[in-house]
Structures are given as C-alpha cells and as structure tokens.
Design a protein around this ligand. Structure first.
Ligand code: ATP
Ligand code: MG
Length: 739
C-alpha cells in the first residue's frame, strides 16, 4: 500500500475524487459524455490497490472494446508504476472466453472448441437451413441469425422457447435455433453470444466455480454500463452476490455509464439496467459528474440541445470551462463525391496547419459511406485507417489463411475444411465436397476424417481421389513443419505452400495488391503476437488450458476482428457506433441526411428514433475542438441514387452553434440531376462523369456537378475551385479530364 496517493487523486475534480475514494461498496456514476467516467474508473482501480490494499487479482474490469481494454490496462499500470498481470481487464466476450477456456471440462465443450465469428455463424445457419429444407428466399438466413442471437442475449436456449404453433415465424426459427445448437455442440463451435450465455450458465450451475470466483473477484468494475445486455447483467449479478457461508459478503460493483449514450438497443442492450442496478444491488451510491473536459462549449451546447429532444431520459446538463470555441461548420455537398472531397480537403488543411492525421476522425452511420471518402483521401495522399467495415481478420484472404492455420492445428474443424478444401482451386468440385459431407454425416465424424477414410476405401474416383489425397498431404506436411517453428513462420508456410499467396496475387490490379499486402500483414501480426497480452497467463495458481500459441492467436483473431491495427499516424474512419468512448480534436460527421441518419427504419418507430439521436449525441461529443456536419444532396450508395433532405438532427442544433461553409467560390444551388432521358446519376455524358475533375482553359480546375441534355445540347455544371460554379455547353467547353 502506498501512503502517497497524490498521483491518483490530483488529476481529478472534487466530484470525481469523491467517487474514486468512496468506501468499498456498490457505486454508479451516471454522467454525460466526456465528464471523466472512464478516467474515474481507471483511477478507482489504482486507488483500490494502492490506498485500500486490494489485491490486483481480486479486480475484474470490463469495458466495451479490446482497444478500450488495452488502454485501460495501460493506464492502470502507469498509475501503479508496474504491471498488474493478475488483474482481469477485458471485454465481456474476452473474459467469458477466458472462463470457458480455463474450465472447458466443466462447460461440456471440447478442449479445442472453436470460436465462430459472425460470418462463420451465418454460413453455419445457412447449412442448417438447407438440412432442414427451409427455403432461404422465404426465410432469410440473416433473420434466423438475428433470432438466435437475440434469444441468446436474453439468456434463452432453444428449449426455453415456447412451441407456438400458431406462429409460423417463431416455429421455423425455433427449429433452426435448435438444429444449429445441436450442430455447434457436436462440433465444438461457440459463437459470440454463446460465449456469454455459456459462461453465465457455468457460474450458475457449477457451485465450486461460482464460489471460487465470488471469493476471488471482490471488485467488479464496468465501463459503458448503459450498453450491457440481459446476460451480461445477470453474469455480473451472479458474480457479485455474497457466497452463503463466507464472511466476505457481496462483491462490490462499480459501474459507470450514460443513459444518453445507449446505442446498442438493437443488439439487446438494456438502458433499464442502469435503473435496475440501483434496486437489484444493495446500497448503491450514485455519483453524477457534470463538468465536461473534452469539448468546447459550443460543441456541448449543440449536444445538450440535440439530446434534449429525447423524451426518455434522466436529464442532465453538461458544462465546460474550456471556452466557447468556433462554430460547428456545416457543408452541403452536391453529391457524396463532393462531400468526400470536402472532408479530404479540410483534413489536408488541418495537417498543413500543423495537426496530425491522428487528430482526425470521420464518423458515418453506415460502413458503405466510407469508400468515396477513402478515395478522396487517397487522391490527396492522406493516410487513413478504417475501423469496422470489412475488418482485417474478416477479409477474404485473411480468413482463407486463418482457415489453413486452423486446419494445421485442428484437422477436425469442418468450418475451416470447407473454406479452403478447394481454395485455391485444386480440382475438388462441389460434388466431391458434397460426397465428403455425406460421408462425414453418415459416420458422425469430421470432414477431414471422412476424406481420409474415403480415400482408404476408394470412395472417390479418378482425379477427385488424387486431389483430395493431395490436400490431406498438404495440410499434414505444413503441420509437420509447424511443430517447431515460431508462429509467424507457420503463417508464412500456410500462405505460401497452400498456394494462397499466388492465388490472390493473380487477381492483379489494386485488389490483388491489397490482398497480397494483407497476407504479408498477417505474418507481421503473428510476429508481433504477444502471448497473453489480453489474456495474461495466470499467476494465481489457476489452471489455464495448454492452448498452443497458434490456437491462442486464432482465438484472438476471431474475438478481435475489428481492432487490429498497425502503421503510422492516420485519419480514423469509423461508424458512430465504433467511436464510443473515443475523442478526437477534429471530427467530421458525414452523411447528415434524413433516411441515412436517422435511418429510414428508425423514422417509423419513436424508440428507435431516440436511439438514433443518442447515436448523434455520441458522435457530436467525440469532438474536442472542431466539429463538421456534412451532407450530400444526392448520394449513390449500394447501387442506388437518392436525394435526401438534411438530417433533422441539424435542425435540432441551435442556429447559433452552426455556420455554413462553401468550398471554392460562391456557388449557386444546383437542382436535382435529371437528364433528358430521365437517367439521373453519374453515367456518362459525352464521356464525362459526375464527380470527375476537369480543367478549363480560363476557369482552371473544378469538379463536374451535374449534366443535362444529351448530344450537342449537353450542358454541364462545374464547380471551379477559383471561379465558382458555371454551366457550360459541353460541346464548346473544351474540358480536359484530369481524373
Ligand atoms: P465518454 O462518455 O465519451 O466515454 P467519459 O465520461 O468516459 O466520456 P473520459 O474519456 O474519462 O470521459 O474523459 C474525457 C476527457 O477529459 C479525457 O481526455 C480525460 O483525460 C479528460 N478529463 C477527465 N477528467 C479530467 C480532470 N479532472 N481534469 C482534466 N482532464 C480531465
Ligand atoms: Mg468513457
């Protein structure tokens, strides 16, 4: 124990200090964005250890993303001036996973159980539906996945669902759920929701383990509490309860959250947990923080006014002494390309003025918005990094490589087997794969084993037999080499020997290049893989199953799919959902349009609309110094062109906070793009496309905004950087196309 805790308490205001130094017990901090909730939680951990003599091994801290968990551990260790390996810091999923790995025997799982990511889960559900002869046209697989996951999030297994004969929807989905569950159990597969559900069941049903963990974890700390779902909440409850014949009493739960930032209702999160916590747990002290340390007062005013439009809230007001700050700038793009160019342009200015790309975040509602913004950044050589979207570990080539690695470690993984048995193509066609699958089913074995048996007893003929034999040998050979080499060499070997590298490079062009680079990056990720970085090896005498480094890596890849990143400073692009908890000096909120944000579905349901508004609140409050709202008058997304009104959220921000900006010179307001033949997008007009950059002898460079007419009468409107917007007759304008 340290006597001097100045370093822990000094950087806090009085209210924060009150929370951090509260006596051991249940406590809830409910406070708005940027008020220091996460900071207070970190300092509480340090205070528990240094001032109250808590053992680091008795502390369990849960946050929302792996990134936040790693950051939290780092900050705690800095405050404590040393590693705190015995402390459990992680996401709910990460911690549940750890429990299952450690106690696989008690959970009914095989030792080498495998995590299914979202994509694997969807494939498996599709397979189940085929076996059950369910028509995928009528019953989309995604809906079935959603059905399964939302019941798991509520703690319900298929057997717990009532047989509702009158409800065809429910009955079919329940059957799928049941068959899916059976298949997962048979193959040792665990999806994300299952991690939580199963570890909760483990604690409920296993008296010894429950008692052990209750005695061990005396302090449970939770960040972003407003986004916990039913199972997570139940999981905390069971851990925190007092052990009947122990003098220790209940564990102390310390939760911080903000009801205004609850944005995962659609995934089962319950804001209600914030209210229930105060009654379900004994003597909860509630602390409110109101000073915001993150944003300028103008940004806060905007956020406060916006969220004031929600009816369902506790109500609180944030203030700051950070000074008024500049207005929030609003840019109306003619289309999404123009919007993207504006964002790239302003980012470049920020960097020229001495900022770094790291300072900048571009937030959007939908991942599909990122592509044009990426392209605009590429043009200006602005480095960027995407969170979410097609995440690193979810990319096609990476999943292929991981499947080889998985097979090397676990031959009986059918998910991996099916993925790469004919990737790259090696003459094992659909028919042969079907045959392998039926063989496997008939003898209740894995596809790997079925292939080997099939070869032995001549089940395959001619070329198929040779090809299957060669595949088996390939994997066995790689595994032979893998035994004594470091992880990154195993990865390299898988990528090269399997022919994956050659296969993906052959695609050529930028895509082939990108795939090749990603595969190289995977090898780097393996090289950098620190064992036990997120799941430190226990030093408290608990058994940790002897998973190989390869298995640990594969688990991490599945769990962490979104968070892997490397490289130098870069603009961060992400959905508003992934921005939770983060902060950036410069923030763009792109696509502020009705139908996109708030999205169309939410506009029909008041509850959902409020959740969209909370999401907007999250977005705005990420900004420290400068915020931009941008929108496009027309946008092409997912192959559809649409014209949208500016988002109602812009109207909900007081005018005094906003200022409209223009790019280049003065512009006239364009009307909707319509050509004579009714085509209304950026198709060719005399070889020009909307969004292209052109040069005019007199007016200089500009971008094509729209075109009308056809043939000789084609008119184009070009926004020239210096001369402003002009309508020109294409036939006489002599435009030079630059991009
Ligand atoms: P969110 O709701 O977005 O998760 P939060 O309430 O968790 O926000 P923090 O991220 O902990 O807020 O803090 C916001 C910013 O304010 C951080 O940069 C933090 O370091 C800073 N901060 C918090 N408290 C203080 C303080 N007392 N003095 C100076 N800076 C502070
Ligand atoms: Mg926080």
């Amino acid at each position: 124990m340290a006597l001097d805790v100045t370093h822990i308490l000094d950087p806090l205001n009085e209210r924060q200090r009150e929370a951090v130094t509260a006596p051991v017990g249940n406590l809830l901090v409910v406070a708005g964005a940027g008020s220091g909730k996460t900071r207070v939680l970190v300092h509480r951990i340090a205070y528990l250890v240094e001032a109250l003599g808590a053992s680091p091994g008795g502390i369990l801290a849960v946050t929302f993303t792996n990134k936040a968990a790693a950051e939290m551990r780092g900050r705690v260790e800095r405050l404590l001036e040393g590693p705190a390996r015995a402390m459990w810091v992680g996401t709910f999923h990460g911690i549940a996973h750890r429990l299952l790995r450690m106690h696989w025997r008690d959970t009914g799982l095989p030792e080498n159980f495998q995590i299914l990511d979202a994509d694997d889960q969807l494939r498996l559900v599709k397979r189940v539906m085929r076996t059950l002869d369910v028509d995928e046209q009528k019953w989309p697989a995604r809906q079935a996945v959603w059905f399964i996951n939302s019941h798991k999030d509520e703690g319900r297994r298929a057997k717990d669902l009532p047989a509702a004969d009158h409800d065809v929807f429910g009955t079919i989905h329940r059957d799928i759920y049941e068959a899916y569950e059976a298949l997962c159990n048979q193959r040792g597969l665990v999806d994300f929701a299952e991690l939580l559900l199963r570890s909760h069941e483990l604690l409920l049903t296993n008296d010894d383990l429950r008692s052990h963990y209750r005695r061990r974890f005396r302090h449970l700390l939770v960040d972003e509490f407003q986004d916990t779902n039913t199972v997570q909440y139940a999981w905390l409850r069971v851990l925190a309860e007092a052990e009947p014949d122990s003098p220790l009493g209940p564990g102390a739960v310390w939760a911080v959250g903000d009801d205004d930032q609850s944005i995962y209702g659609w995934r089962g999160a319950k804001i209600q947990n914030i209210h229930d916590f105060q009654t379900d747990f004994a003597d909860v002290e509630v602390v409110r923080l109101e000073q915001n340390y993150r944003s300028t007062s103008r940004i806060l005013q905007a956020a406060n006014a916006l969220i004031g439009n929600n009816a369902e809230r506790v109500g609180k007001n944030l203030w700051t002494d950070a000074g008024l700050g500049g207005p929030i700038l609003v840019y109306s793009g003619y289309n999404d390309l123009d919007e993207a160019r504006f964002i790239a342009d302003r980012t470049q200015r920020w960097i020229e003025d001495g900022g770094t790309p790291d300072d900048v975040a571009v937030l959007y509602r939908s991942n599909a918005q990122s592509r044009v913004i990426e392209e605009a950044c590429l043009k200006l050589d602005i480095p960027y990094r995407i969170y979410g979207g097609v995440r690193f570990f979810e990319r096609l080539e990476i999943k292929n490589a991981l499947a080889y690695m998985r097979l090397v470690s676990q031959r009986h993984s059918d998910v991996a087997f099916e993925r790469v048995v004919n990737t790259p193509p090696r003459g094992i066609g659909g028919k042969t794969v079907d045959a392998i699958r039926s063989l496997a089913r008939a003898s209740a074995t894995s596809m790997w084993q079925a292939s080997k048996d099939g070869i032995a007893n001549g089940a395959f003929k001619g070329r198929a037999a040779t090809a299957v034999g060669a595949f088996i040998k390939l994997i066995d050979d790689i595994a032979g080499v893998a035994e004594n080499v470091p992880l990154h060499e195993i990865a390299e070997h898988c990528i090269e020997t399997s022919g994956l590298m050659a296969f993906h490079s052959k695609e050529g062009g930028e895509r082939g290049m990108a795939r090749k680079e990603n595969l190289d990056e995977l090898v780097t990720a393996c090289r950098q893989f620190g064992r036990g970085l997120v799941l430190p090896v226990e030093d408290s005498g608990e058994e940790y199953s002897q998973a190989s480094e390869l298995d640990e890596f594969l688990d991490q890849a599945a769990l962490e799919s979104g968070d892997y990143q490397s490289g130098g400073p870069a603009v961060q692009m992400m959905t508003m959902h992934s921005a939770k908890g983060l902060e950036f000096p410069l923030v763009f909120m792109a696509g502020m349009e009705e139908g996109l944000f708030p999205n169309t579905r939410s506009m029909r349901e008041p509850g959902r609309l409020e959740e969209e508004r909370r999401l907007a609140y999250v977005g705005i409050t990420r900004a420290m110094r400068q915020l931009y709202f941008t929108y496009a008058e027309t946008r092409r997304m997912n192959g559809m062109q649409s014209s949208n009104w500016p988002s109602r959220f812009l109207d909900e921000v007081p005018d005094a906070c906003l200022e409209e900006v223009r790019m280049g010179g003065a512009v006239s307001r364009p009307f909707r793009v319509k050509t004579d033949n009714g085509v209304d997008d950026r198709d060719d007009h005399g070889g020009l496309r909307i969004g292209q950059t052109v040069r005019h002898a007199k007016f200089g460079e500009g971008i094509v905004l729209q075109a009308e007419g056809g043939g000789e009468r084609t008119r184009v409107q070009v926004n020239f950087a210096k001369a402003g917007s002009k309508w020109l007759m294409l036939a006489y304008a002599n435009l030079e196309v630059l991009t």
